[in-house]
Ligand binder design. Structure first.
Ligand SMILES: [Zn+2]
Length: 248
């Protein structure tokens, strides 16, 4: 389906060299969702593309869909560089977890403006994130972002009553990906054991805006519980683990 060049906002999720001079980009675009593209002759065109194709960059790209699987980048303008997110070790760790979550959950070339907006909002907030968790993967912003991505993917974690029996009076003691959410003691066989504050914290991160993730006041235990919910959902629904979590 060859077509004319088109212009779209895009975020560079991943970028790697292909041969001597080309670069392959995994983009999440506003117009078409996930797109793989190649920037040819990047050395010769350094002055044209410069650092605009670094991971986490928010750009306006001119893309051309040829006959191959990869589209071709023929032009790029910077919207936000997110330089301050990329140059700080903690923020970069947070950003790479978020970028990989996006890569794994949104794999289709299919327009999803809400997912794109969540991604750009996440990156805008990331530019000013202070070191506030033991590890980047426990930062409230990236936990909140991933819970929202799960929700946008249709895997809404149900965290306010028992997802198995519907009980609202019983304390919630665990998370069951199979049941789709938190479970009470009677339904907790085989479930991931979580603290009550962890379940409440994950619920707050899910329903409050990304900008308020830092105000949830998540303790270390609660942050670990929220991350456990996210990783269990990834494994159950998508059968994957994030590589970025190993180092972050
Ligand atoms: Zn129950």
């Amino acid at each position: 389906m060859a077509g004319r060049p088109y212009r779209t906002e895009a975020v560079v999720l991943r970028s790697f060299r292909l041969g001597e001079a080309d670069r392959v980009l995994h983009l999440y675009t506003l117009d078409r969702g996930r797109v793989g593209a190649v920037a040819k002759g990047i050395r010769k065109t350094m002055s044209r593309f410069g650092a605009r194709l670094e991971p986490l960059s928010h750009v306006e790209a001119l893309l051309h869909q040829g006959s191959g699987e990869l589209q071709t980048v023929t032009g790029v303008e910077l919207i936000r560089s997110h330089h301050s997110a990329r140059e700080d070790r903690y923020r970069l760790g947070v950003g790479l977890v978020g970028a990989e979550a996006m890569l794994r959950l949104f794999t289709e070339q299919e327009r999803n403006p809400r997912a794109f907006e969540a991604l750009t909002r996440f990156l805008d907030l990331l530019d000013d994130v202070p070191v506030r968790a033991a590890r980047p993967s426990l930062d409230p912003l990236v936990l909140s972002f991933q819970l929202k991505l799960l929700w946008l993917s249709g895997y809404l974690p149900h965290l306010t009553s028992c997802a198995e029996c519907g009980a609202t009076e019983q304390a919630l003691v665990g998370y069951s990906a199979r049941a789709g959410g938190a479970v009470c003691g009677a339904c907790s066989e085989g479930a991931l054991v979580l603290s009550e504050s962890g379940i409440a914290g994950a619920e707050s991160l899910l329903i409050r805006p990304l900008a308020e993730a830092g105000d949830v006041g998540l303790g270390d235990r609660s942050a670990r519980d929220a991350l456990a919910v996210i990783t269990a959902a990834y494994e159950y629904f998508g059968n994957f683990r994030l590589r970025a979590l190993r180092s972050a």
